[in-house]
Structure formats: C-alpha cells, structure tokens
Design a protein around this ligand. Structure first.
Ligand SMILES: *Cc1c(COP(=O)(O)O)cnc(C)c1O
Length: 452
C-alpha cells in the first residue's frame, strides 16, 4: 500500500452563492487515460503542457453530425472550418471523413490545397481576399463567398480579364432574433442590400451565382435562429428563381453550433443546456423542405460546423508549478499553461480534472498560468482537490480555437499529439524552440556587438 500524503488541516471560510444545483465541485474522479492511453505516460514522453487530440472522437463527432442532417435532408455537405483547428492531421481526419474545406484567408486556402483538397471543394469566405487571391480561387474553380461590394466589383474585373466565369455565393447577414447581429460580414437581408448584390451579380455574365451563405454567430444556444436564417436564405433563392429564372444550387448555413463547454456566468453546465445537433438539423431541414421548392429544385445544404465537431476531441494536459496563499487567504495554484495556450479560458469555465488520485479535501482556488503577466488567470474560482507541485491535470474540450489562437508570448508552444483508434500516439506538431523564434529575427550589423 502506498503511503497516504499528509495534508495540513485548514480552517476555511464557507463561500456560498456561486453554486449551481449540482454543487460546486467540478470533478469527482481522476482522469488517468485518454482513449486508453495513460495521461502520465503522455506527459512523460512529450512534455508538459501537452495538447492531445483524439482521432476517434473527431470521427464519432463527424459521423453523428452527418447522420443528424442526412436523416432529415437529402443533400448535405460539410466543409471543415480551418480556423477552428488547422493542424493538418486534424483537417485530414475531416477530409478522410468526406468534409470539404472552408477557409477565411489565403493562408488557410494554401493549407487546404497543400493538404490535397481539390480547388472546387474549397469554400473561400472572409472579408480579406486580394486580387491575387481571387485569381487563384477563380482558376481553381473554388466557391468564392463575396463579403462586400468592393470584392464584388473586383471579382467582375478579374473574371473579365481572365475571361473565365467565377463560381460564387454571397454572404448574407440578417436578424435571427440573436443580438448583437453579426452585420459586419456580408450583405444585409432586411435592408435590401443582399437583394441588391444578387441583382448586380445576376446582371454580370462573368459571375455564376451558385449559393447563398450565412454564418449567424458562434456558440448559438438557439436552434430556432437557424430556422429563421434558413427561411431568409430560401426567400432570397425563391426570388432569384422568380425574377431571374435561375435556381440557387446550394444554401450554406455556416457554423456556430455550441459545444458542451460551459460559458462563464452560466448557471447550468453547458452540456445540460445546449441544443443537440439533431435540434439544429431539424430547424434547418424542416424550414427548407417546407418552403415550397419542388423535389428536383431542392438546394444542396452546406454546413461549416467548427467548434462542436472538435472541441471535445481536444485535451490540454498540464502540471502544477506551485501553490500559494493570496493576501486574502485564498488558495492559488500556478499551472504550467495559461491564457497563452488556453485562449478560450476568456469565455469558458473549462472542466478540469486531476490526473491522479486525491484526498477528500477540496477548496475554492484561483488557477493561474505561468506568464509573468497579471491577465494570466485561467479561472478566478474553481473548486478542486488540493493539488500540489508536480500534480497533473486534464483540461477538457479545448479542441476548438485554442490551437489556432494560441499566442507565442513569453512561452513557446508545446507539442501536440494525436491518439488514433489503435491507441497509437502520433506527434502532429512539434514544440517550438529558441531556434523557431530566432529564425525570423534579423539584427542590424551595428547592433551585433556590445560590451557591458
Ligand atoms: C468561424 C467560422 C465557422 C465555424 O464556426 P463555429 O462557430 O466554430 O462552428 C464557419 N463559417 C465561417 C464563415 C466562420 O467564420
């Protein structure tokens, strides 16, 4: 039997108020394995902190989302949102499953091309497409989703010059009952801007209007908003048919489905309140099917789901650097990962589990990261067992946006590994080193020498 660790008894102020009906404790069991691979061995082999991605979980998420939509609507195509997680290994799991690519910059576009995605299976979104970017996209027959009139006019000019037709859609923004409205992207539905853009496009022989697109927000807690969005896109498509005798081939409802994370300030756990993929699918499919299109006119349905397909496939493993008491007596635990790696800590109260057995004592504590910077707080208050130096933790549902929005500030980025279905561990991004950083720096000759 191993010797039990001694824990000094403490007198502790009882804090009431922030509990929800499940109590305030976040975790009752240690998480020692991910997809059957030992958390301790992962950190021993690849260091701490460490991002771990479960390939089987990505596949399960993707397949169940496809099932939810395909059982409700006959023509469905997902496109993987690169900015949500553009590690090539991750993208390629989605591509193997059948997802196209959805990109919002030429950098992401190039990544998709290098991954082997055919040009005509790339959806090119976003407000920043240069004339060179548009030339590339036209030549590759990609689906160009126009964001504003300046882009529309530039596209007409380039298509005329190249004497090629451009395959396009417009992004539409609209009131779906969720505020604030994301009206900075695309053309507004209610004020007639979208209809205006459509008429300009339909009068331009160089442009082929294949689709209508919207991306109404992210972490949408209302499936009904998608019914409204789908109805407004159908209405535009219907009017294109009436006025121009032209069938819109696809409606793209964008991304935005919530993952099971808990938003800061939420009373209930995220997993208890978010709509299911089936709820979103029902809202969208029912609206389009009931709209009035004839069977052979039904548009293809595109989805650019990001967050909800990858969040729970990603984990961040880390270790306790130190513990201390703050001046007001609160316990503080300093981790080796901070907001530099866990950007989503600004919005979520992540589920955090100890990676080893612990005693029955728990305490409210502040979790800090390793940065010498006051903002580096992962959690203002969390009830956890008394972690001590060297203990390890598992942070759950970190697959979306952390591995693209992470910042190289004070610390460098750690290894990322992927666990496959056979419990084999693959390094998919190596940790950065001093050489990574120095590669990009140049020191003018007169600054090369100094004497102290
Ligand atoms: C970010 C983004 C997505 C993915 O959004 P999620 O909220 O992660 O599902 C899809 N489409 C567009 C245009 C985006 O900008």
């Amino acid at each position: 039997m191993t010797k039990l660790t001694y824990e000094r008894p403490v007198i502790q102020k009882l804090n009431t108020g922030t509990m929800n009906k499940f109590g305030s404790r976040t975790e009752y069991t240690p998480v020692t394995h991910i997809e059957g691979v030992s958390v301790k061995s992962l950190m021993a082999d690849y260091g701490s902190p460490l991002f771990v991605i479960s390939e089987p979980q990505i596949r399960r998420n993707y397949q169940s989302a496809v099932r939810a939509f395909k059982t409700r609507y006959p023509k469905v195509q997902f496109a993987w949102s690169y900015k949500t997680n553009y590690l090539n290994a991750v993208c390629n799991v989605f591509h193997q499953e059948g997802a196209w690519a959805e990109v919002v910059s030429i950098f992401e576009y190039q990544k998709a091309i290098k991954n082997g995605v055919p040009g005509n299976k790339i959806i090119f979104n976003g407000p920043d497409k240069s004339s060179d970017d548009l030339r590339t996209a036209i030549n590759n027959h990609s689906l160009i989703h126009i964001d504003h009139f300046d882009e529309l006019y530039m596209l007409i000019e380039i298509a005329q010059e190249l004497k090629t037709k451009a395959t396009i859609a417009i992004r539409v923004n609209m009131d779906t009952g969720i505020y604030p409205i994301w009206d900075r992207f695309g053309f507004n539905y209610e004020n007639g801007q979208a209809w205006n853009a459509i008429n300009k496009i339909m009068s331009a022989p160089e442009l082929e209007l294949h689709g209508l697109h919207c991306h109404i927000g992210t972490f949408m807690l209302s499936a009904g908003a998608y019914a409204t969005a789908a109805w407004k896109l159908c209405d535009l498509a219907w009017n294109v048919k009436l006025k121009w005798n032209h069938m819109i081939q696809y409606l793209d409802l964008g991304g935005g489905f919530a993952s099971a994370n808990t938003l800061k300030g939420s009373y209930l756990q995220g997993s208890d309140i978010i709509p299911s993929t089936e709820d979103y699918a029902d809202a969208i499919a029912t609206t389009i099917l009931n709209f009035g299109f004839k069977p052979d006119e039904l548009p293809m349905l595109f989805l650019e789901t990001g967050r909800s397909l990858i969040d729970d496939a990603g984990y961040l493993l880390g270790s306790v650097l130190a513990t201390k008491r703050l001046s007001d007596g609160r316990r503080a635990t300093i981790m080796d990962f901070g907001v530099n790696l866990l950007f989503t800590a600004f919005w979520y109260n992540h589920k955090i589990s100890p990676a080893q057995e612990f005693s029955h004592h728990t305490e409210d504590m502040v979790l800090y990261g390793p940065l010498c910077m006051n903002i580096d707080c992962i959690r203002e208050s969390i009830n956890l067992p008394l972690l001590s130096k060297g203990d390890q933790v598992v942070v759950h549902r970190v697959g979306a946006y952390n591995m693209t929005q992470w910042m190289q500030f004070i610390q460098m980025r750690p290894n990322v590994v992927m666990v496959d279905a056979k419990q084999k561990v693959h390094l998919i991004r190596t940790k950065e080193s001093i050489d990574t950083m120095l590669r990009y720096e140049l020191v003018p000759e007169h600054l090369e020498q100094f004497k102290l």
